[in-house]
Unconditional design. Structure first.
Ligand code: SF4
Lengths: 290, 186
């Protein structure tokens, strides 16, 4: 028996047009249908919020998600920069075009057909590119012959409150916690609290940022299951952030964050990179596998 | 909680001075949408002494850029963007007649001082509830900088838009006081 054949999946051909169609549908869906995990976290936070104004804000956020879904309207007017994570099976063969171009085309179609706001511009002239491209595309090659696409429209208000820094190893756990807490306290009402805080620890400068963004893809309310130390830090940080008083919409209250998600990987012996990616309550991401 | 007070544009001195940070209001009337690039342009026009495309006297500006209007609707989704990015331009606009601003997040000391000095008001709207907020809009008219797409200046007619007074003429700030009130002191 040929063992190799058995464990190695056959090469599968994936036509680009399916990638474009999937990306299009995912961005429209992500913008109009807030995930059940986020709604559940918001409903749960409503039972914990003590401030009457804070409660009212949370109720409106939940009501808005419902109106958006029923009317197929964007949950938020900032329909985001199109961030796309792709896990490409090494035995998938893309045919009929270029992977990146087909993703860009999907974004273009989503933002046109879905009546989504085009929010991308030239950094210097500030001229709008007109179709919400280019997208931010992260491609990772993985085992298998499938293609996973995660679409994440990312709002500018919360992204602006994010940061990355290179701590010294001596700063340790306390240093990391301080960076996260300070960032959230400074951000105040700006990133549309209640927020979700994605933290990337380790790697290099850019890897810490990618880890922080990926941390935002975790279902809201789920702790880090790979490392007990991180799960502990997440709890502590969430608790401390929610002591800040910032509250829903920054109008005061107990619920400033719905979750703190930490992701980590080893780093250089000289470094301790930390990235904090802030996500507003309109935490949108949808995925599919082709 | 008190029931929100209904107020209308144009905002008179009397109304503005009667507003206190933390007051819930329902705003009706005509307001403009303008954000980053439109602010820079208005500011530069003032500098050059050029005519402005909108009358700033007694104006209220909503820091917002809506999503495109789907068929059969008046507007897409619309809600506040973060206000601090307009801070560099705002005191000058207030000095030139701007009376009200709608956005989210803290303002600079300079903006707060101009609010006090020239009797203006900064309202906070809840961010991220744009499908709900769009229901307050009855009419939309493109008035300037069409080439900016979503960032163009639009005149919109609103009815009972729920807002909270963030910065009043007495220098109060609800973000600051509410945060202190709810902070767990340890
Ligand atoms: S931070 Fe999020 S909720 Fe707030 S305006 Fe931006 S995308 Fe919308």
């Amino acid at each position: 028996m040929d063992v190799k054949k058995k464990i190695r999946p056959a090469v599968r051909r994936i036509n680009c047009k399916y990638i474009t169609a999937a990306v299009r549908d995912l961005f429209i869906e992500a913008n109009t249908d807030l995930g059940a995990d986020v709604i559940f976290a918001l409903q749960d936070s409503l039972t914990k919020e003590e401030s009457p104004v804070g409660k009212q804000v949370l109720e409106k956020i939940i009501e808005n998600a419902d109106i958006a879904f029923r009317n197929k309207l964007p949950v938020c007017q900032d329909t985001g920069l199109a961030v796309v994570f792709i896990e490409l099976g090494q035995d998938a063969h893309i045919i009929g075009g270029d992977l990146r171009l087909s993703v860009e085309e999907g974004v273009r179609e989503a933002y046109a057909d879905g009546f989504l706001r085009k929010s991308v511009c030239d950094p210097l002239s500030r001229k709008n590119t007109g179709d919400n491209t280019p997208a931010i595309i992260h491609v990772e090659v993985v085992p298998g012959n499938r293609l996973k696409i995660i679409a994440m429209p990312k709002g500018g208000g919360s992204e602006n409150m994010s940061t990355a820094c290179m701590l010294t190893p001596s700063a340790g756990i306390e240093g990391i916690k301080q960076v996260v807490l300070e960032r959230v306290l400074q951000a105040g009402a700006n990133p549309c609290p209640p927020i979700i805080v994605g933290v990337g620890i380790g790697g290099s400068l850019e890897q810490a940022c990618i880890l922080a963004k990926k941390a935002l893809l975790r279902p809201t309310g789920e702790e880090n299951r790979k490392d007990e130390r991180l799960a502990q830090m997440e709890k502590e940080l969430l608790n401390n952030i929610n002591k800040s008083g910032i509250g829903p919409a920054g109008l005061g209250g107990r619920i400033t964050a719905l979750a703190v998600n930490l992701e980590m990987m080893p780093c250089h012996i000289a470094s301790l990179p930390v990235a904090v990616n802030i996500q507003c309550h309109v935490a949108r991401h949808k995925e599919t596998i082709i | 909680m008190k029931t929100p007070r209904q107020i209308k544009t144009p905002l008179t001195d009397e109304v503005i001075t009667s507003l206190n940070a933390g007051d819930m209001v329902l705003l009706s009337g005509q307001i403009y949408t303008a954000r980053d690039v439109a602010h820079r342009r208005l500011y530069e026009a003032l500098d050059k002494g050029d005519a402005l495309p909108i009358d700033l006297k007694t104006a209220v500006i909503f820091y917002a850029a809506p999503t495109p209007t789907p068929p059969g609707r008046i507007i897409g989704s619309v809600g506040p963007t973060t206000s601090y990015r307009m801070d560099a331009f705002t005191p000058r606009l207030i000095e030139s007649g701007l009376r009200g601003m709608i956005g989210k997040g803290d303002r600079s000391q300079e903006v707060k001082a101009a609010i006090k000095k020239y009797k203006a008001v900064y309202f906070g709207a809840i961010g991220g509830i744009a499908a709900l907020t769009s229901q307050c809009i009855r009419k939309v008219e493109l008035v300037a900088y069409e080439e900016l797409g979503p960032e163009a200046i639009r005149k919109i007619t609103i009815v009972d838009m729920p807002l909270i007074v963030v910065n009043d003429v007495r220098g109060n700030d609800i973000y600051y006081t509410a945060r202190n009130r709810w902070r767990v002191k340890c």
